[in-house]
Design a protein around this ligand. Structure first.
Ligand SMILES: [Zn+2]
Length: 455
């Protein structure tokens, strides 16, 4: 997840409300130092910066250190043993190399194992480097199948990742902040890894006298695992916990992520009563009561949303109504800097029953765009549509303005008045957004609308 590179200001966000997250103190003040623009309320692991810069090794306990990943690159976690280091997750290119070099300089030159919490490219980018340092690769047995799924759709995910994470080459407004371009985007979805050791439910490792237990904990992905160190009372949970409501549906596209999987897996971690948790994005969580409180709240937040969706579905409510209606009660508010409740509501709804919304018109391949030209004509033409969209922008009805311009452009593709209104809507939405993934897509939309104006 994601800090802006020096000299880049792709987001000019001013005066936003603070997220209710303890970890927000870790926000990068980079933008604030550059021209007086207030930094956005995104946790440091999720901001839009060069992920190879401002890296540091944090020691959490004797023999336990990690490099905090920036900009949707995972942390690299190191457990020292007499038989060499155990590495948990390896970040993504180019951060994976920067983490590796930093740790090598700190004396982590021999690795016994590299354990992958799951097969996402932001965790697996440094596997070859650590293998070179002697590590055997350990993963849950579903890793191979999960990598195949991503590889099978590499073209699709390449485009979607580039837009959502604003890689150079995506054409997005924040793209210059992300080094690596399309090649980095491609590596996010098709890492080629063959583990040396796999397991189904649990695996016990003894590494130079340090005992570790690996536990299957499906959640964000089917191959997700948790590493438990009984001696340190430390759990390493991958992406099943981070500083936000989880991405139960991620906009770049994903197979179903079931709420019940998350809940069962968070319960497995809670049962261990950890005193330290290091997630694979964001800082370590320390203190048994602190861990218990944060994990309980996350579990209950997920359960609350799941139950609210089912209740609404059974009452006959449509998905958009539920996306608007379902909010977390204050006691369960875990923030929405990365995942959003509304996307999860729709993800849960459609994972249970699929896409048909009950409107007979939806059965046919002709979608809304088949009548957009008629609508624009009836409205009095694209100038009238653009005027109405600008009025909506003025009233702060930004999403409505976006819809208006979508219909306008479907009716009259490339119309400059409608595109100008669309740029205005996107610029206001970017200023107001406090969600990392939403910002990625808004910046992408803004760049595409601006490009349309130049054509
Ligand atoms: Zn991740």
């Amino acid at each position: 997840m994601v800090v802006p590179a020096l000299g880049l200001q792709m987001r000019k966000i001013v005066g936003l409300a603070t997220m209710v997250l303890a970890s927000c103190q870790a926000m990068a003040p980079v933008e604030a130092q550059q021209g007086g623009v207030v930094a956005p309320p995104l946790p440091s692991s999720m901001d839009f910066a060069d992920p190879t810069q401002n890296l540091a090794i944090t020691t959490v306990a004797p023999g336990l250190r990690y490099v905090l990943g920036r900009n949707v690159s995972s942390n690299t976690i190191v457990l020292d043993t007499q038989a060499g280091a155990v590495i948990i997750d390896t970040s993504r290119p180019p951060a994976s190399r920067a983490h590796f070099d930093l740790l090598q300089k700190a004396g982590v030159t021999k690795a016994a194992y590299v354990i992958l919490t799951h097969g996402h490219g932001d965790h697996t980018g440094g596997v070859a480097l650590w293998k070179g340092a002697g590590a055997k690769v350990v993963a849950q047995e579903s890793l191979g199948e999960f990598l195949d799924y991503q590889r099978m759709l590499a073209g699709f995910f390449g485009r979607r990742n580039a837009a959502q994470f604003q890689f150079a080459g995506s054409g997005g407004a924040a793209a210059p902040a992300q080094p690596g371009g399309q090649a980095a985007a491609a590596q996010l979805n098709a890492p080629s890894i063959v583990p040396d050791i796999t397991f189904r439910d649990t695996l016990d490792l003894d590494v130079g006298g340090v005992k570790l237990q690996l536990i299957s904990t499906p959640g964000e992905t089917p191959d997700h695992l948790t590493v438990w160190s009984p001696s340190l009372k430390a759990a390493f949970v991958g992406d099943n916990f981070y500083e936000s409501f989880p991405n139960m549906y991620t906009l770049r596209g994903t197979r179903p992520r079931w709420p019940m999987d998350y809940i069962n897996s968070l319960n497995k971690v809670l049962a261990l009563e950890p005193e330290i948790v290091i997630p694979s994005h964001g800082p370590a969580i320390v203190g048994r009561e602190n861990v218990r409180a944060q994990f309980t709240r996350m579990r209950d937040a997920i359960g609350y949303v799941h139950d609210a969706v089912l209740k609404g579905m059974n009452e006959g409510k449509d998905v958009h109504t539920l996306m608007r209606e379902i909010k977390l009660p204050p006691a369960l508010d875990v923030g929405e800097g990365y995942g959003k409740i509304s996307w999860s509501v729709r993800g849960i709804y459609e994972n249970y029953v699929g896409w048909f919304d009950g409107d007979p018109a939806s059965m046919f391949p002709e979608g809304r765009s088949s009548v957009s030209d008629s609508l624009v004509r009836l409205a009095g033409g694209p100038v009238a549509v653009a005027g109405e969209a600008m009025k909506l922008v003025g009233e702060g009805k930004l999403v409505e303005a976006l819809h208006m311009t979508s219909i306008g452009l479907e009716g009259v593709p490339g119309d400059k008045d409608v595109l100008r209104a669309r740029v205005a809507a996107f610029e206001a939405l970017v200023k107001a957004s406090t969600n990392r993934n939403e910002l990625g897509w808004l910046n992408q939309g803004l760049a595409e609308a601006k490009k349309g104006l130049q054509q």
